[in-house]
Design a protein around this ligand. Structure first.
Ligand SMILES: [Zn+2]
Length: 98
């Protein structure tokens, strides 16, 4: 996952977006293609599991803290953020907004 790698625009197929921007926008927010100006967002359907993980994280974090203390909290945090990031990067497609 190189920082310089660009994701292609679903409208013009040119490399327009950094992987980090995709991680940061989240569903419901858009970014503009630097080549064609299309408004691009994440697929809402595919973003649902990532959102669910986002809601589950605080619960898991509290459980881990109660059961295993700060090492447990650290493990849950790394696993949650890592799996969400990988899921969003590889499995959630970019879509053009109308
Ligand atoms: Zn474009």
């Amino acid at each position: 996952m190189a920082r310089t790698m660009k994701l292609t625009c679903p409208n013009c197929n040119k490399p327009s977006f950094s992987a980090w921007r995709k991680q940061l926008i989240g569903p419901g927010r858009t970014m503009l293609c630097e080549h064609c100006g299309a408004r691009v967002s994440l697929s809402k359907l595919h973003a649902v599991p990532a959102l669910m993980m986002g809601f589950a994280y605080p619960v898991l974090a509290i459980l881990a803290l109660a059961e295993a203390g700060f090492p447990g909290l650290g493990i849950v945090t790394v696993l949650s953020l890592g799996s969400m990031g990988l899921y969003q990067h590889y499995l959630v497609p970019l879509v053009v907004c109308d």
